[in-house]
Design a protein around this ligand. Sequence first.
Ligand code: APR
Length: 183
Amino acid sequence: MVTRFASTRIVLKQGDITREKVDAIVNAANSHMRGGGGVDGAIHRAGGPAILEDCKRVVPDGTSLAPGKVVMTTAGQLPARVVIHTVGPVWAGGSQGEDETLALCYINCLHLAASAGLKTLAFPAISTGVYGYPFDLACSLALHVIREFCRVHPAVIEEVRLIYFNQADHQAAKTHLSALNSE
Ligand code: APR
């Protein structure tokens, strides 16, 4: 499904984000930045050890990346040029500012990509796996945040892809996007 927010193309796809040939893919990392499961594990497996080495450089032993923050590393052997790592909120019922932290993940990824002159970006559904964020809440929030960024910063990012690992999430996301477009 393809649409536009201002002049930015928005593409919803089902697939494996490690295969996306874009300037930057976003990793749903953890604060330690030493790999993990889910999309984090997939990116490190597919990208190779260069990504972990770069993670150790940008988040040295004894330090951590706070939820909502972002760092950029090499993409190693991935088709993407770089990986933007962000740490999503762990869902704690919705009253611990999880929505604000998740919004910051998307906003900070977009700003970091823009500041680095990157034009195409692919996101996974941050926090909706291990971190337990309800998919529909996270998806709707992501679409609203991305649309607002594109409205305020037109023609900065050319294309944003939202990559869903399974069909159910992809289908749900298309419904959310259709609802947003009819707002
Ligand atoms: N491509 C695209 N999306 C993927 C892929 C993939 N290869 N693998 C998993 N996903 C999807 C999941 O289906 C989920 O919708 O990414 C979304 C985020 O799930 P997680 O990867 O579990 O990330 P998150 O919920 O943010 O939890 C982060 O999990 O992997 C660990 O180290 C990571 O501790 C961190 C935590």
